[in-house]
Design a binder for this molecule. Structure first.
Ligand SMILES: O=C(O)CCC(=O)C(=O)O
Ligand SMILES: [Fe+2]
Length: 280
């Protein structure tokens, strides 16, 4: 039993994604956005120079990135820096994302992430012992918010068999102009195309990305508070935000901890096992 209706489950199973409107209330959204504002204000940008890019992974293979699995770490936009290596605009408008353990460390994020409605949703999807493996606050800044190239979340959060589901919460309205998600409906039925592996040298994909036909993607335009549930094998992407409006989102990736094994080659190597949302 869970909160999804048979129609919603049917849609998710056939399309590989599902939009749940008004999943988060305005208090939850406000508490997370306010807290992020404080975290960014307190963050000293000279303390790190990590840049997040989905095109050039080499840059993000440092220890700052690896350690972020169990911390609150800050990643800049590629386009945030000038030729002099200095930030072109205030830090508040220069960050790509903050991650990857907000759901464990920060009460406002923990409250939402381990809420009854999130658990109930995971129950609906058949999870037995779901654990949030990572959380990200994604800014998609006005003007410079970078693209996220087509991918499947199971590439990054691989279990054997595969169990990752993405929960993407719009903290602000997301539309074509400010870089909303795009998906290829039904593409989750074609299996996982590649894996993202960590070894002594860093991280890399085991094979190149297939090329996708842009005509196959549909935009997922949603209001703030909507949750987009994403199957781990669904092909999805988002474009650069060239608009003057930001597109903040809070994204969780959940895997099951029974009947499957967390791959040791994943970039996330936890020192402490994550707490499951529930055990059934
Ligand atoms: O926020 C985006 O643009 C992409 C996020 C994403 O791919 C995810 O949360 O799995
Ligand atoms: Fe994703």
């Amino acid at each position: 039993m869970g909160i999804l209706s048979p129609e919603q489950l049917q849609f998710f199973n056939s399309q590989g994604y599902l939009v749940i409107e008004s999943f988060a209330c305005s208090d939850e959204i406000e508490s997370m956005m306010k807290r992020m504002e404080q975290l960014v204000d307190d963050f000293d940008p000279s303390s790190t120079a990590s840049i997040f890019s989905t095109k050039n992974q080499q840059q993000s293979t440092d220890n700052y990135f690896f350690d972020s699995a169990e911390r609150i770490s800050f990643f800049f936009e590629e386009k945030a820096f000038g030729n002099d290596g200095k930030l072109k605009q205030p830090k508040q408008l220069s960050l790509n994302k903050v991650g990857h353990a907000l759901h464990e460390i920060e009460p406002a994020f923990k409250k939402f992430s381990s809420s009854e409605k999130v658990s109930s949703l995971m129950r609906s999807l058949g999870y037995k012992r779901p654990a949030v493996m990572q959380s990200m606050y994604i800014f998609k800044q006005p003007g410079i918010g970078g693209e996220v190239v087509p991918h499947q979340d199971n590439s990054f959060l691989y279990t054997e068999p595969q169990t990752c589901t993405g929960l993407w919460l719009a903290l602000e309205d997301a539309n074509i102009l400010n870089g909303c998600l795009w998906t290829i409906p039904g593409s989750h039925k074609n299996g996982l195309v590649r894996r993202f592996l960590r070894d002594e040298d860093g991280v890399k994909f085991d094979r190149p990305s297939p090329s996708y036909d842009q005509k196959d993607f549909v935009p997922i335009e949603v209001k703030a508070g909507s949750l987009v549930v994403i199957h781990g094998d669904l092909i999805h992407q988002s474009f650069e935000n060239q608009s003057p409006k930001s597109r903040h989102a809070y994204s969780l990736h959940v895997v099951d901890m029974v009947g499957c094994k967390w791959a040791p080659e994943n970039w996330i190597r936890r020192k402490v096992e994550p707490e499951p949302l529930f055990v059934s």
